[in-house]
Ligand binder design. Structure first.
Ligand code: 4NP
Length: 159
């Protein structure tokens, strides 16, 4: 691993899943002493919540589990495709929305599904991070983010 690796987590509203993924991955990287090697951020494909802190139950879960969220929501901008090495989405509709914004194949190649990095017996390609804003699965989403973040870091470290 040489230069800084720039990772953007992306969901729809940027108030539940992607800020959780950002906080969990940042904590993992910090715990491994690798913070100086990464730039980590999150954004939403929608703009409804821009400028707002994360959804209160999402924030409460993350804080209780040691990965407090300080992020304020923002919408994805076209420049994100140049600035970041990885644009990591929570579900297939996020990927569809991002592909519409991508200008070329190099940009499209940066889009991956977070759960494709998840390790363990129940790993299954193509799975999505459920949206706790609608499902109420705050703990489960945090668990998924922890497992996928570990797999993501392991993959980046082998590069
Ligand atoms: P997120 O969840 O994409 O995980 O941040 C959502 C939160 C709010 C809305 C959509 C998704 N919303 O439309 O308000």
């Amino acid at each position: 691993m040489s230069d800084k690796t720039r990772v953007l987590f992306v969901c729809l509203g940027n108030i539940c899943r992607s800020p959780t993924a950002e906080a969990v991955f940042a904590k993992l990287v910090r715990d491994e002493g690798l913070s100086h090697r990464f730039e980590i951020d999150s954004a939403g494909t929608g703009d409804w919540h821009a400028g707002e802190p994360a959804h209160p139950p999402t924030r409460a879960t993350a804080a209780r589990r040691g990965a407090p969220i300080t992020h304020l929501a923002r919408q994805v901008v076209p420049e994100d495709f140049d600035r970041f090495d990885h644009l990591i989405v929570m579900d297939a509709s996020n990927a569809t929305n991002l592909r519409r914004l991508a200008k070329n194949e190099a940009h499209r190649a940066k889009i991956t599904l977070f759960r494709d990095y998840e390790e363990g017996a129940d790993r299954q390609a193509g799975r999505e991070v459920p949206d706790p804003y609608y499902t109420g699965q705050f703990e489960e989403v945090f668990d998924i983010c922890e497992r996928a973040a570990k797999g993501l870091l392991a993959q980046i470290r082998t590069k």
